[in-house]
Ligand binder design. Structure first.
Ligand SMILES: [Fe+2]
Length: 275
């Protein structure tokens, strides 16, 4: 498990400027809610909702985020590169992650986007359910996923919900200088509906939105000298979780994604586990 560097480079400070923590600089960016509100006002929800239903709880929108919001995500993703936790699970997964705890510290612009009322309201229209943010202790609530070394990938899986309710995944493209694809299979858990395979690339500012227990999916391996960064948001319909499943979820997050330090440091500090 790699230890993360303590120092974060202040990439935005010009010579002669007063030194400011990156978080303060990121805070200086406008709240993305108004930009997202304008976008979803144009896009509407009727057609996306129909497509989401037709595809068994899966939606792909090639161009979603306004350019200025995408630019903010790209700047945050590049600034957080020294904070990546690399993981390798033979035969299943290889790549890097930055958890919501690190994002809270150094890129609050992303946390603002996660809580955008316009964004959540639009997603609720699409899936037809009330969506809640994931509990504070969940490192997946919002996280950056980095594919930076040849062969980085994740094999076929579901974004299984360990919560009492459903878990929805919203995935934004942030940086895509790669040949990676999101391969997916629709309707795999609907016995009377034929499985339908698909494959998309997600350009910066594009999104996919799906019910984690219904979409079987993978990311194909990164080629040489390529780079890909995605941002995922996780929303739930009931944030309660049984203790045994909480243990399973924490161990999986520690081993496969963020490292024990990120996942368990709040518990070690005596903070309560997930509600
Ligand atoms: Fe996934």
């Amino acid at each position: 498990m790699s230890e993360q560097a303590e120092a974060v480079p202040d990439l935005l400070t010009l010579p002669g400027e007063r030194q400011q923590p990156f978080a303060d600089r990121a805070d200086a960016r406008a709240d993305p809610d108004a930009d997202v509100a304008a976008r979803v006002g144009t896009l509407g929800h009727s057609a996306p909702r129909a497509e989401f239903e037709r595809q068994g709880a899966f939606l792909h929108v090639g161009e979603f985020l306004p350019d200025e919001v995408t630019a903010g995500l790209v700047a945050s993703a590049r600034a957080l590169q020294d904070r990546i936790n690399r993981n390798y699970l033979p035969g299943h997964k290889q790549g890097g992650s930055v958890s919501r705890h690190t994002i809270d510290q150094y890129a609050p612009f992303i946390a603002q986007l996660y809580r955008s009322k316009a964004l959540i309201g639009w997603l609720e229209q699409i899936c037809g359910e009330q969506l809640l943010p994931s509990p504070e202790q969940d490192p997946h609530a919002y996280a950056l996923y980095y594919y930076t070394r040849e062969g980085d990938h994740i094999g076929w899986h579901y974004d299984t919900s360990y919560y009492n309710g459903r878990r929805y995944t919203l995935l934004f493209g942030v940086i895509d200088e790669s040949s990676c694809r999101l391969d997916y299979e629709l309707h795999t858990r609907e016995p009377d509906v034929p499985t339908q395979a698909g494959s998309v690339q997600i350009p910066p500012g594009g999104l996919v939105f799906f019910d984690g227990d219904k979409l079987r999916h993978r990311i194909t391996p990164l080629g040489a000298n390529q780079m890909r960064v995605s941002l995922t948001f996780e929303y739930v319909t009931d944030p309660g979780m049984r203790p045994w499943l909480r243990f399973v979820s924490n161990m999986k997050d520690a081993l496969a994604y963020f490292g024990f330090r990120q996942v368990f440091k709040r518990l070690a500090k005596g903070q309560p586990p997930r509600a």
